[in-house]
Design a binder for this molecule. Structure first.
Ligand SMILES: CC(C)(COP(=O)(O)OP(=O)(O)OC[C@H]1O[C@@H](n2cnc3c(N)ncnc32)[C@H](O)[C@@H]1OP(=O)(O)O)[C@@H](O)C(=O)NCCC(=O)NCCS
Length: 168
């Protein structure tokens, strides 16, 4: 779990430097993320996949499970998808996303959603996978409310099919 926590914190700090309040990014802690993800991992229907380097260090991960947002008909959600900066744009994110989507499809979920912060330049990743942008409420980080976009896929089996070749 320490590897996952490191990826979350380091990826957030790299991605959102200058885009999110500095105090919030500074205040992120490996320990808090470790506790948070240990809790999630124990929930029914939650899946995690990690990517490791040649030394077995975690360099990225994706997680998903039942949707946490009641306003959407899509029942499944990709909760997190993060890679360390040096490992991006090598299709590792596509592979992790494909693995999680496939597992959620195997659980008979019919639709999928994934939330991204509005100011995250990497949201293009979901647009390229033809996620349909839908309005959703902001995420509150400390004192600041940050806009979010929900990307939705109504047909999870079709999404999984389109990702064939990425999942192992
Ligand atoms: C977003 C993220 C998970 C994508 O994973 P990745 O392994 O880097 O992406 P892939 O190599 O699988 O990219 C697939 C395609 O998505 C698109 N894409 C991915 N990231 C992009 C970016 N930052 N800008 C523009 N297009 C992007 C490209 O079309 C890319 O294909 P190409 O490289 O052949 O042009 C990864 O970059 C990451 O962890 N970023 C930091 C954390 C983050 O923002 N996570 C939340 C995602 S909204």
């Amino acid at each position: 779990m320490a590897g996952i926590a490191r990826v979350v914190v380091d990826a957030w700090r790299a991605t959102f430097a200058g885009l999110l309040p500095e105090d919030f990014l500074k205040g992120m802690s490996y320990r808090h993320q470790e506790q948070r993800h240990s809790r999630y991992l124990g929930h029914a229907g939650v899946v995690y996949y990690v990517a490791e380097d040649e030394k077995g260090e975690v360099v990225g991960f994706a997680s998903g499970g039942p949707s946490r947002h009641s306003g959407f008909p899509q029942e499944a959600e990709v909760y997190a998808l993060y890679l360390l900066p040096g490992y991006q744009r090598r299709k590792i994110g596509s592979a992790l996303f494909a693995e999680v989507a496939r597992d959620l499809g195997d659980m008979e979920h019919k639709g999928l959603l994934a939330l991204a912060l509005e100011n995250n330049p990497n949201k293009v990743f979901y647009e390229r996978l033809r996620g349909r942008p839908a309005a959703t409420g902001p995420l509150t980080l400390g004192e600041t409310a940050i806009g979010q976009i929900a990307y939705v896929w109504d047909d999870l089996p079709a999404l999984i099919e389109s990702l064939r070749g990425y999942a192992e």
